[in-house]
Design a protein around this ligand. Structure first.
Ligand SMILES: [Zn+2]
Length: 271
């Protein structure tokens, strides 16, 4: 790539046109030794002065980051991916624009409308059942109403410390449905999982019209499955490992299906 072509490519990128990664990298390499041009680019990006903070750079590229998978963020924008892990203010902004679901490819006509949670629910279970959130996890609700305890069918003897409870509200506005996932850490290190499905206005969906399938993602086999009403007596207790929770709503034709990747880890014992 000639220096002129490289500058054209970089100019396109700077004004927001789509440029292939490989092309961009080639262009950066081609002009790397041109100090005057490098300074010009820094000025254009607002990086010539100290008053531009990492947060400013992060926010300028927020939309782009929000469209990338976690591994792409890591690979293509490692500095900003690291900033996201460490800056609570930018985290809040990121999760406000991040999509909740991605559309699964349609398998055959008439098959379920299927979506998968973009970021996994990733939890570590520490001593006494205290739960921690892994860096790549979708954030949970700030507070779990303890009144949920009564409704969740949590096993006898489960701890009641707030640190042992985490809840996610996963809304799908297109279906006017909300899935609430509750994870309760237990001293055994095997958390109890339960889920509820409500309509957008908060009224419960008939638990006989919702089917829950829990798949062991490592072994690629069904661990347990049945209508949600079957799990009302007691939640599902899962060992550490990768799982897929599949919630299917059969009241509509074609049915709707949501897949929630769930990653459970044993946390360090210092609690
Ligand atoms: Zn920040």
């Amino acid at each position: 790539m000639t220096s002129d072509d490289a500058k054209k490519t970089l100019a396109s990128y700077l004004v927001g046109r789509r440029v292939k990664d490989a092309e961009l990298r080639e262009a950066v390499d081609a002009v790397a030794s041109d100090a005057e041009y490098a300074e010009h680019v820094r000025r254009e990006l607002g990086l010539h002065d100290d008053w531009v903070t990492e947060c400013d750079v992060f926010r300028a590229r927020l939309d782009e980051l929000a469209e990338m998978s976690a591994s792409d963020q890591q690979q293509k924008l490692p500095d900003l991916a690291r900033h996201l892990r460490t800056c609570p203010a930018c985290q809040r902004m990121f999760w406000r624009v991040r999509s909740t679901w991605s559309e699964d490819a349609a398998t055959e006509p008439g098959s379920a409308v299927a979506r998968t949670l973009v970021d996994p629910v990733a939890v570590s279970v520490g001593s006494g059942g205290k739960l921690g959130l892994s860096a790549q996890s979708r954030p949970c609700e700030e507070q779990v109403p303890l009144a949920m305890a009564a409704r969740a069918g949590v096993p006898e003897g489960a701890p009641f410390e707030p640190e042992c409870w985490r809840e996610w509200t996963l809304a799908d506005p297109d279906a006017a449905i909300e899935i609430t996932l509750l994870v309760v850490g237990q001293p055994t290190g095997e958390p109890a999982i339960s889920c509820r499905v409500t309509t957008a206005d908060g009224s419960p969906v008939d638990p006989d019209q919702v089917r829950l399938t829990v798949r062991d993602a490592a072994a690629d086999e069904v661990f347990t499955a049945g209508p949600l009403s079957m799990f009302e007596g007691g939640p599902v207790v899962l060992a550490p490992g990768p799982w897929l929770l599949c919630v299917e709503w059969t009241a509509e034709e074609p049915p709707r299906r949501w897949t929630i990747p769930l990653e459970l880890e044993r946390g360090s014992d210092d609690g």
